[in-house]
Design a protein around this ligand. Structure first.
Ligand code: SAM
Length: 274
């Protein structure tokens, strides 16, 4: 027997707070609605998989829009799943699961008419390996619809990675917030094509957000990117971390009011041939 396989993702304590994530509910909903609009009406009531379903609000919406016979939402955050489970019923189920494990599960291969993931897969590494594996979840004529933020080289993200390696924070954070580089849109299109999906439609969109002031940037990213840091640091250290993060980020984002946040996202859709 060989060595046990290395885990594919770094286990992290749960820092997700549904109420904080929903603080920008309208802004965060729009890309998901745009993604749903890319899905073509299925020929029959579909089986749907939502990877990184979060609070399940969008999973419920997707389930109803598609008239799905069964929808499974997966997430690893207990707090997000608590919110999601209140939305279960009528063929909609939620379960606690690592996305990478689900994708590698032979029991799920070829099972789904729609595989959907909104703002979750950027948390996973190795997209060149992950994307072909995602395609294997699809039944014949199945559709894949994915949206990921492409902000990995923005100061909000690079400051987080840099600070995680600073002496004050490294023992708690080093390696946990390292940037997971997002590929170029055409690379995702090529991966989908190589996985046999036709035609791959991939586009980069910039969602323009007006934030009242720069402090809103802190609120925005405390609801997502910074959840890992908050979960791993003491309240005092997280306070210091936020001060240092603020200093770096505010050095780049001007203090004009409103503050413009041009949030880049990649939306992609493709279908497995029959
Ligand atoms: C930004 S939220 C998006 C939630 C939902 N899709 C939405 O659009 O409202 C990202 C979600 O992905 C989940 N997530 C991130 N990495 C994951 C992983 N490796 N396995 C399972 N869930 C993951 C988080 O717990 C979180 O609920």
């Amino acid at each position: 027997m060989g060595e046990p396989a290395e885990p594919r993702t770094v286990p992290r304590p749960d820092g997700w707070k549904p109420a904080l994530y929903d603080r920008f509910r309208t802004e965060r909903r729009q890309p998901a609605l745009d993604l749903m609009a890319l899905i073509e009406a299925p020929a029959h009531a579909p089986r749907v998989l939502d990877l990184g379903c979060g609070t399940g609000e969008l999973t419920r919406e997707l389930h109803e829009r598609l008239g799905a016979v069964e929808t499974l939402g997966l997430d690893r955050s207990p707090a997000m799943l608590d919110a999601a489970r209140a939305r279960a019923g009528g063929g909609l189920h939620f379960a606690a699961r690592e996305i990478a494990d689900a994708i590698a599960d032979p029991a799920l291969a070829g099972r789904f008419d729609v595989v959907f993931s909104n703002a979750a897969l950027h948390w996973l590494p190795e997209h060149r390996v992950l994307w072909p594996a995602l395609a294997r979840l699809l039944a014949p004529a199945g559709q894949l619809a994915i949206q990921i933020p492409a902000m990995d080289d923005d100061i909000t993200h690079t400051a987080c990675e840099e600070l995680a390696h600073a002496p004050d924070f490294a023992s708690a954070l080093a390696g946990t917030t390292d940037r997971l580089p997002i590929l170029r849109p055409e690379e995702y299109a090529a991966l989908l094509f190589a996985a046999g999906l036709r035609p791959p439609r991939v586009e980069l969109r910039v969602y323009p957000h007006e934030l009242a002031c720069r402090e809103e940037l802190v609120t925005w990213f405390r609801g997502s990117l910074l959840t890992t840091c908050e979960a791993r640091l003491t309240p005092e250290l997280f306070h210091d971390f936020l001060d240092a993060w603020r200093e770096r980020v505010f050095g780049v984002y001007s203090d004009a009011q409103p503050v413009f946040l041009g949030f880049r996202r990649v939306l992609m859709w493709a279908r497995r041939p029959t």
